[in-house]
Write a protein of this length. Structure first.
Length: 147
């Protein structure tokens, strides 16, 4: 099933993430797709708030640390950025399989680089800018696909 929404600001993207959290339940792998600057981390800010795992201002991109952990009362979120990971061997050193426990959700940016995530994921969220003729720079089209 696929749903689509358009947000008009970072605050709206965070709010959408909060509401989306109510629809996610662990264990779960979520692929976050989108170009650089598409709003993936902004969406994670809302998801983390929705699970009471972190405040939006405490959620940052894991581009250099690769994995950020946010613990909530019901779920642990792992925000993972694979942008700088290039080979399956590098991926294996992260030990991501060990993170997917009954109370965990993996939010993976750039997972499409690795075929295993194409078949392993349960939810795919694609973010992108709305066409310039229709919207400004802060507007995002968010498509959520579940299987």
């Amino acid at each position: 099933m696929t749903t689509q929404t358009i947000t008009h600001s970072a605050d709206e993207t965070i709010a959408f993430g909060r509401s989306l959290a109510a629809e996610l339940s662990p264990p779960l792998i979520v692929l976050l797709r989108g170009d650089l600057g598409a709003g993936k981390t902004t969406l994670v800010k809302g998801i983390a708030e929705g699970f009471d795992a972190a405040l939006a201002e405490d959620v940052t991109s894991p581009t250099f640390t690769l994995v950020h952990e946010y613990r909530g009362p019901r779920v642990t979120l792992y925000h993972i950025d694979l942008y700088r990971i290039d080979t399956p061997r590098e991926l294996e050193t992260l030990g991501l399989d060990d993170l997917l426990a009954p109370n965990c959700i993996l939010l993976i940016e750039w997972g499409e680089k690795f075929p295993r995530f194409e078949s392993d994921h349960h939810v795919e969220i694609t973010l992108g800018q709305v066409g310039e003729e229709q919207a400004g720079e802060t507007e995002r089209r968010i498509q959520v696909t579940t299987r």
